[in-house]
Design a protein around this ligand. Structure first.
Ligand code: PLP
Length: 455
């Protein structure tokens, strides 16, 4: 007899994963190694440990160990907001009149409002464990900075956040959440660092960029005894920590004998998507199961769908290691888009390699369509989604509508990465009918790609 599936599939605390899963260990062809920006040779753990914590540098380079134990202190922190629910979107299904079954894994159930806390607590933990005094980072939209502030407050670590100046000014509430958790927030470019002073002299009055804030945060870490730099997306270590999302999703589905047909995630730097799909992609690689995996990106910043697969710099200042990834070029500046977390020029090297090998597809969607999906979702499912997450909602709705045409009863699973309470300016634009969709021209993309480093 078929078991009735509840609205929310909860896991018990003791069912929460005890290990993270490193999908790279099971990949036959591995992602290309990251390179030292000075020598252009594969970077060593020793070299990396000048920028990152030692344990994280090891995780970054490890493509053979499939499982890493989650330390108890991190698991205990996770218990404050995990396991996160996997929700059956019965109300959305009804609204769409679709035979498809839609499920979403909700990661917005913590004060920082996104999945980024899963990696923030891990990175802060390893910094503390190494006896460091603090960490530095950048934040664009503000979600990562908020998550890191929470993690550092919990572990009593100093937290210095370089926040892109336009965000610092436009999102004062995000800034105040970070300060409430004890972080020192500096608008970037600042006068604290050499690179900041240089950029301010070169472009007086500039409102900053993510690439510039990264360079400042790295310089700040290198210049202070007992500090390291941490990053909230793109890196292998971040995907590893985010695998907790996919492992829980799989455990919840397995509990009710549900086999996903389509798995959808939004993709900025690729961390939530990579984490969500890791165990499923691992099964595909081992020939145990088959899934249709779809990465969704904004049409204004289409690294997978229109980028090139090449080595590129991860930051504008070119101080971070180079990674082989689908990229639009580190000089590409995406148009103002309301999904701040998806405005990165590149894509995680693991997600890029899985995409190149055909394990996942990519789709780009326009902003107005994304907000239409967000609005519908908010009205029927109750949660006010982050604009980033709404990219996945858009494609989940589109796939469910296809099922209405074909009558197929597919199981669609998507990642709902966060809530959108700090994005009300974007919602206001949408509600007022003033939202514009910007799509870069081929010429613009060619120009940015021509500036890729020759490696
Ligand atoms: C940062 C962010 C993203 C995009 O980052 P990924 O590394 O691609 O996961 C998506 N959703 C939310 C809510 C975010 O804060």
């Amino acid at each position: 007899m078929k078991q009735e599936i509840p609205y929310k599939i909860y896991l018990e605390e003791q069912e929460m994963p005890r290990q993270w899963y490193n999908v790279r260990a099971d990949m036959k062809k591995k992602p290309a190694p990251i390179l030292n920006p000075e020598t252009l040779k594969p970077i060593t753990a020793e070299e990396l440990s000048h920028i990152f914590c030692e344990e994280l540098a090891k995780q970054e380079l490890d493509d053979t160990t499939p499982y890493f134990d989650i330390p108890d202190d991190i698991r205990n922190f996770y218990k404050m907001y995990r396991p996160s629910p996997l929700t059956r979107a019965y109300c959305l299904e009804k609204k769409l009149d679709t035979p498809a079954h839609i499920y979403y894994k909700f990661e917005g159930n913590n004060t920082s409002g996104s999945h980024k806390l899963n990696s923030a607590i891990a990175q802060a933990y390893y910094a503390k464990h190494q006896g460091l005094r603090g960490v530095t980072t950048e934040t664009g939209a503000g979600q990562w900075g908020t998550a890191l502030s929470m993690a550092c407050a919990y572990l009593d670590l100093d937290c210095q956040v370089y926040m892109v100046k336009c965000s610092y000014e436009q999102k004062p509430f995000r800034r105040e959440v970070m300060r409430t958790y004890g972080a020192k927030v500096t608008p970037s470019p600042s006068m604290n660092t050499e690179v900041g002073r240089k950029i301010n002299a070169q472009f007086p009055g500039t409102s900053g960029s993510l690439g510039c804030a990264i360079s400042e945060a790295v310089e700040a870490a290198m210049g202070q005894e007992g500090y390291r730099y941490v990053l909230g997306s793109v890196l292998n270590q971040v995907l590893l920590h985010q695998s907790v999302i996919g492992l829980e999703t799989k455990a919840a589905l397995d509990k009710y004998g549900i086999k996903a047909d389509i798995i959808i995630g939004c993709a900025g730097g690729g961390s939530n998507l990579g984490g969500l799909i890791s165990p499923f992609a691992g099964q595909m690689i081992k020939g145990e199961a088959d899934y249709e995996i779809i990465a969704v990106e904004p049409a204004s910043c289409p690294s997978l769908t229109r980028g090139v697969y090449a080595y590129d710099y991860c930051d504008t200042g070119r101080v971070c290691p180079l990674a082989k990834m689908y990229t639009l070029g580190s000089g590409f500046i995406p148009s103002a888009n309301h999904s701040g977390g998806l405005r990165y020029h590149g894509m995680s090297s693991t997600v890029s390699e899985l995409y190149d090998q055909g394990y996942l597809k990519a789709r780009s969607v326009e902003q107005t369509e994304v907000f239409k999906a967000a609005q519908m979702f908010a009205r029927v499912e109750g949660i006010l989604p982050a604009p980033e997450s709404s990219h996945a909602i858009r494609v989940a709705i589109d796939e469910a509508l296809k099922c209405r045409e074909t009558g197929e009863e597919k199981n669609i699973v998507f990642g709902l990465t966060g809530t959108g309470y700090f994005d009300m300016v974007a919602y206001q634009k949408f509600n007022d009918g003033n939202m514009v969709d910007y799509i870069p021209t081929d010429e613009e993309l060619q120009k940015a790609a021509a500036a890729l480093p020759k490696v």
